[in-house]
Design a binder for this molecule. Structure first.
Ligand code: ZN
Length: 158
């Protein structure tokens, strides 16, 4: 029997933020969250545990980077438009894929024939991916205020 290891990580990362509005440079800490899994089988128990922890840490680092990027400026309280745009693109992409899959499924699927259930499988997968990504996007948005602590510091020499 294979054992599946799941690791979760909440790690404070040092981060820097540059405000596009008032040009304030700030530094602080972003508490990134990540979750990773790995199964035994090819891997032994220690390796699977390590692999899960490694995946969770990688995700926590990327999460920290994303929420720091999205965080409001501690001086003018504005978020960078570029970060908001990036979040919207990432969050909306699977919905666009879902719409495409829906059209494709409507054209392809023939209820009269007991054909392949693939169109339905693809639509359901795209829907689940869209929901997961949207929940993560909302988490990022909330996290960018609740899990980032920044304070304005002198800008580093260019
Ligand atoms: Zn600012």
């Amino acid at each position: 029997m294979a054992t599946h290891y799941i690791a979760t990580r909440g790690i404070p990362y040092e981060c820097a933020h540059q405000c596009a509005g008032c040009c304030a440079y700030s530094m602080g800490v972003a508490y990134g969250k990540g979750r990773g899994g790995a199964s035994t089988g090819i891997l032994d128990h220690d390796e699977a545990r390590e692999r899960a922890e490694f995946a969770a840490s990688g995700k926590a680092a990327r999460d920290a980077e994303a929420i720091a990027d999205l965080a409001p400026c501690p001086r003018c309280k504005k978020r960078n438009a570029s970060a908001i745009t990036r979040l919207l693109i990432v969050t909306s992409t699977p919905w666009v894929v879902l719409a495409g899959a829906g059209v494709w499924a409507a054209v392809t699927y023939d209820p009269e024939r007991t054909g392949s259930p693939l169109p339905i499988v693809v639509v359901v997968a795209a829907l689940l991916a869209s929901i997961v990504v949207t929940i993560r996007g909302i988490g990022r948005w909330m996290g960018s205020t609740s899990r980032v602590e920044l304070s304005v510091v002198p800008a580093p020499d260019e």
